[in-house]
Design a protein around this ligand. Sequence first.
Ligand SMILES: Nc1ncnc2c1ncn2[C@@H]1O[C@H](COP(=O)(O)OP(=O)(O)OP(=O)(O)O)[C@@H](O)[C@H]1O
Ligand SMILES: [Mg+2]
Length: 338
Amino acid sequence: MMNILGIETSCDETSAAIVTDGITIRSNIVASQIPLHQRWGGVVPELASRQHIERLLPVIIEALEQAGLELTEIDGIAVTNRPGLLGSLLVGVCGVKSLAWVLGVPLVGVHHLDGHIASAWLAEPDIEFPFVCLLVSGGHTELVLVQNRRERFSLGRTRDDAAGECFDKCARAMGLPYPGGPAIGTSANFGLPDRIAFPRPLRDEGLEFSFSGLKTSLIRFLAEDQGKTPVEDIAASLQAAIVEVLVEKAFRAVKTVGVNTLCVAGGVAANQELKRQLIGRGKQAGVRCVTPAPILCTDNAAMIAAAGAVRLMAGERDAIQLDTMAGEPIPHLETVEL
Ligand SMILES: Nc1ncnc2c1ncn2[C@@H]1O[C@H](COP(=O)(O)OP(=O)(O)OP(=O)(O)O)[C@@H](O)[C@H]1O
Ligand SMILES: [Mg+2]
C-alpha cells in the first residue's frame, strides 16, 4: 500500500490530498482563493503566492487528519511543478521539498494537465485506454489522446483564449462575478439559448479552437444592445455557442483517432450543459463519456497525487533540485512517431 500526498498550488487553489495506491481518495482538501481575487475580476499572481504560503501547511494537516494518517505514514509526494504561475508553483514545490527531505520519501513533479487527465481514472478506475480527453480549464482548451497512464499526445489546442477564459472575460463584460463559468452557467439556466446567434468559431474545421472572436462578438453585442436583452438570455446563448463548439470538436477527435471513450476534464467540465450534451451525443454515437464530479474537475490535489502515483509506484523519483516551469506544452501527435 502506498500513501501519496498530492499538492497543488499552480494557480489560485491551495490543495492537499492523500490518495492510496493512486486510486483511492482518502482526503482532498481545497482552499479556494476566489473571494481574494473576486474584487479584481481575475487572479492577481502576487496575492495568490502569498496566500499559498499561509495555507499550505494548514491544508496538509487537514488532509492528513481527514485521512486518519500521521505524517510518517506518507510514502511519497507528488507536487504540481508545471505549468502555472511561477510564484504560486514555487510555494508548493519548495514546501514539499523540505517535507520529502525530512521524511526521506520520494518526490515527483507533476504536469498540471496530467493531473486533470488523471481525474478520468479517479472517476472511473477501469477506464478503457486509449481515450480522448477534452481538457477545458481556465488556461487551457485542448484535445488529448491518452494512450495509457504515461503517454499522451495533443490533437489540437486553442489558438488564443481558453474556454474558461472566455467564460471569465465574457462574465466580466456582462457584470457577472468572477469566476465567470459558474456565474454564466447558473444564469443560463433561466435564459433562452437561441436568443442570440453568437458565432461558433472553427466548429466545422479541424481540432483546434479559437474563442477570442466570440468574446469580441459578445462585447460588440453588449455595446449595441444597451441592456435591452435579459442577462439570462445572453448567458444561455453564449454558453450554447461555447458548448456546441466543444462537443462538436470532441466527437470529431474521437472519430479521427477511432477510440470508444471520451473524458472531459478541467474546470469547465463542471458545466452542466456541457456534460448533458456530451453524454447525450455519446449515447447516439456509441461512445462512453466519463464526466468526473465537479470537485475533480476544478483544481485539486487528488488528481495530482493520482498522476504522480504512476511514477512513484514504479519506484521513480525526481531530484531534490526539481524545478518549476511556467509553460510546457503537451507534444503534438503529428510530431511523434507511433
Ligand atoms: N460550471 C462551470 N461552467 C463553466 N465554466 C466553469 C464552471 N466551473 C468552473 N468553470 C471555469 O473553470 C475555470 C477554472 O478551471 P481550473 O481550475 O481547471 O483552471 P485553472 O487551473 O485556472 O487553469 P489551468 O488548469 O488551465 O491551469 C474558470 O475559467 C471557471 O470559469
Ligand atoms: Mg487547472
